[in-house]
Design a protein around this ligand. Structure first.
Ligand code: DOR
Ligand code: ZN
Ligand code: ZN
Length: 429
């Protein structure tokens, strides 16, 4: 299969390219990139895509996805989750380990890879848990997990509260050069908190979650990363002080990276509709001041990555009782349009910076040969029409999860094609 992508705005963060170019793929690789490829190069193309007016980015990588398979397939399956990823423009995703059972040994990890191989249109990477069964007591065998193909360790969903055990995990990870993806919430301080602590949590009479719940663990783990030399990636930052702490760590030269999710830069706790638990996630939606600080962090490079924290749940787990509803919202099919609408259109990020945070930086953190549109590289390509406006309709999602606060929101920026390994796995036109 040969695909000729014509006249697109090619955005390659690896080389800082932002130019109108043609790309030709052959089989699973990029064969040519150039200005107006010659007719003998393109004569036998099987597909011609007119990408005029569109962004052509390296295939997007979402390094924070809950696929729910194995064991929680009433929320999402390997099939539906990876289809949702393709629809959202992602050619690679990293699945988190908080499934049932937890992915904590090589056998379970290999089973996920086999399953993905049988049905996923895109590349699935699987993270391994830090502790066995995510019980926070005993470390997993990171060396064995790395050998079986885990690019990262993560206890996401929780924090390893035993600091001494987490330090041991960081020493192991450092010796193996594996990044640790860190969910930062102090369980004792969080208690039964459901929403950001403030006027809104008071008005709705639900327990609050203060910023310190998150910031204390971010600070703790950055200090432990300094002590151990580990590569630490801070998941889903939501607070103003997290930006200050991470900025200082980077200035200190530590191997610390960080991510923000679209819901955290788009919404504040003031947007929460009473009785709608689709506004409930961990960490919670914060204040305007926090959101402004996150945008500043995205602009100045404190934040390396935009990831979705796609967390599908069934309707019965997201009832109108916010206090008891599950934490989490889906995100694979809304990340691109929210990033364009909220960050690129207003001029906070350039399209090239968007590509950097949604492909090149995640690839570097995970240590994979992706995120670079160059001859000889994998033909993973995402084509986006940045001007296309539409209304988000959760009923059309490929994901089984309908838990989004963005249903009915008018957005700008639409994924037109997702090409993975030289195969078109989403097309709009
Ligand atoms: O809101 C969240 N949902 N945050 C997490 O960290 C976990 C996730 C889940 O697994 O549902
Ligand atoms: Zn998390
Ligand atoms: Zn998560």
């Amino acid at each position: 299969m040969k695909i000729w992508i014509k006249n697109g705005r090619v955005l390659n963060p690896a080389t800082k390219t932002d130019e109108i170019l043609d790309i030709l793929t052959e089989d699973s690789y990029i064969k040519q990139i150039g200005k107006e490829l010659s007719s003998d190069q393109t004569a036998d193309a099987d597909q011609i895509i007119d990408a005029s007016g569109c962004y052509v980015m390296p295939g997007l990588i979402d390094m924070h996805v809950h696929l729910r398979d194995p064991g929680l397939t009433y929320k999402e399956t390997m099939e539906t989750g990876t289809k949702a990823a393709a629809m959202g423009g992602f050619t690679t995703i990293l699945a988190m380990a908080n499934t049932s059972p937890v992915i904590d040994d090589a056998e379970k990890l290999s089973a996920v890879y086999e399953h993905a191989e049988s049905c996923s249109p895109i590349q699935v990477l699987q993270a391994a848990s830090v502790t066995k069964g995510m019980k926070g007591k005993e470390l997993t065998d990171a060396a064995e997990l790395k050998k079986a193909g885990a690019p990262a360790l993560s206890e996401d969903g929780k924090t390893v509260m035993d600091a001494s055990l987490f330090r041991k995990a960081l020493y192991q990870a450092a010796s193996l050069d594996m990044p640790v993806l860190d969910h930062c919430e102090d369980a004792s301080l969080k208690g039964k908190g459901a929403l950001n602590q403030g006027a809104v949590s008071k008005r709705l009479n639900v327990e609050g979650i203060t910023n310190a719940v998150e910031d204390i663990i971010i600070a703790r783990d950055i200090l432990l990363a300094k002590e151990t030399g580990a590569r630490l990636h801070i998941c889903h930052c939501s607070t103003e002080d997290s930006m200050k702490i991470i900025r200082a760590a980077k200035q200190d030269g530590l191997s610390v990276t960080a991510e923000v999710c679209p819901h955290h830069f788009t919404l504040t706790d003031e947007d929460i509709i009473p009785g709608n638990s689709n506004y409930k996630m961990a960490p919670p939606l914060r204040s305007r001041k926090d959101v402004n600080a996150l945008i500043e962090g995205l602009k100045d490079g404190t934040i390396d990555v935009i990831s979705s924290d796609h967390a599908p749940h069934a309707a019965h787990e997201k009832t109108s009782d916010i206090a008891s509803a599950a934490f989490g919202i889906v995100g694979l099919e809304t990340s691109v349009s929210l990033t364009i609408s909220e960050l690129v259109r207003p001029g906070y990020l350039t399209p090239l910076q968007m590509a950097e945070k949604m492909s090149w930086n995640p690839a570097k953190i995970l240590g994979i040969e992706k995120g670079n549109l160059a001859v000889g590289k994998d033909a993973d390509i995402t084509i986006i029409d940045p001007e296309a406006e539409y209304v988000i309709d959760s009923e059309t999602f490929a994901s089984m999860g309908r838990n989004t606060p963005f249903h009915g929101r008018k957005v700008c920026g639409k994924v037109m094609y997702t090409i993975c390994g030289g195969e078109i796995c989403k097309r709009v036109r």
